[in-house]
Design a protein around this ligand. Structure first.
Ligand SMILES: [Zn+2]
Length: 327
């Protein structure tokens, strides 16, 4: 342990565990005690810079995560690094043995290592026991800037942009934007109708002061009027067809990457004329990457990995409940 003198008064400082408060952290969470040096003369604590450096990235991630609002795009995205194959090979375990222990076919076990589906927690914890490693040596979550995530999302496992996918993803983004606008229109339209009904009722009451409506009667009248409103119907229909288009686009994306649920399309080896050859995404399931590919991605995108430079998208979070709009 080094000896440290106070820069202010020159006295020896005492090494120990002291209260640590990070101003950036804003009370969401705090590390209560951390190793550091304290001058009891001046009441100054100096914490080990190595420790702070190690802690701060996590602080920043959590701050960003907690700051995220519903419906808004986060400046960072989690991806999962899969190291199951590496862990198994490091322990010299044959895939066949893994398959037998898990009572899987070898094909099913292979599919797990290729991350064609997510292991549930139960299976992941079994892998931890069977391979004899810590679960973080099998799967690890890292946060990367959303801008980088969006780049990785359209790459195949050769780090090439998958033909046809960017256009489909662009259209998907466009649809999301259109739906958002329509939701705004819908909210406005419905509020206007409600106001109109309220005005009608107060007019009626003026003419006939004995008239009275329960709140439920008012609400029913408002929702009947909304149901029959042509603008409301038109917006709802447009939203339904946009959502159908989105489902179709996602199916096309899955076909292009060989992740189709349709066995005919999935089993297809050679593309027919005019079709794009099926390829595997770099990010399986939209978030899972092999350790080898992750190491490569870290080299290629070293400059873009820094989450400190991650910026929140300027999507404003319009807090409209889907529940209220879907009926
Ligand atoms: Zn001092």
């Amino acid at each position: 342990m080094e000896e440290r003198k106070c820069k202010k008064c020159g006295e020896y400082m005492s090494y120990g565990l002291y209260d640590y408060y990070n101003e950036d952290w804003n009370g969401v969470s705090d590390i209560e005690k951390m190793a550091g040096y304290k001058c009891f003369n001046c009441n100054i604590v100096e914490f080990d810079e190595d420790i702070i450096e190690n802690l701060d990235p996590d602080f920043k991630i959590m701050k960003m995560l907690y700051a995220k609002k519903r419906g808004a795009e986060s400046p960072i995205q989690p991806i999962m690094i899969s190291k199951v194959k590496n862990a198994r090979m490091a322990k010299d375990i044959e895939p066949k043995v893994m398959a037998d222990v898990l009572d899987f076919t070898e094909q099913r076990y292979g599919s797990l290592e290729r991350n064609n589906n997510t292991p549930n927690v139960f299976l992941a914890l079994q892998l931890e026991k069977i391979i004899g490693v810590d679960i973080h040596d099998l799967y690890e979550i890292v946060y990367i800037p959303t801008t980088l995530y969006n780049k990785l999302k359209i790459l195949n496992d050769k780090f090439e942009v998958i033909e046809g996918i960017p256009e489909l993803l662009d259209r998907n983004t466009e649809i999301d934007q259109e739906i958002k606008e329509l939701k705004k229109d819908l909210t406005q339209r419905r509020a206007a109708i409600k106001r109109l009904v309220n005005e009608e009722i107060s007019e009626e009451k003026k003419k006939n002061p004995k008239l009275s409506y329960t709140p439920k009667e008012v609400r029913d009248r408002q929702s009947d009027r909304i149901k029959d409103d042509e603008v409301n119907i038109r917006i709802m229909d447009t939203m339904v067809s946009l959502r159908a288009e989105k489902i179709d686009i996602n199916e096309q994306i899955q076909n292009l990457t060989g992740n189709s649920k349709d066995p005919d399309k999935r089993g297809k080896k050679r593309p027919k004329e005019g079709e794009i050859e099926r390829q595997d995404f770099l990010l399986r399931l939209g978030y899972c990457i092999d350790l080898e590919n992750w190491e490569r991605a870290k080299e290629i995108y070293a400059d873009e990995l820094d989450i400190e430079n991650a910026k929140a998208s300027d999507n404003d979070a319009t807090a409209i409940d889907d529940e209220n709009l879907d009926n």
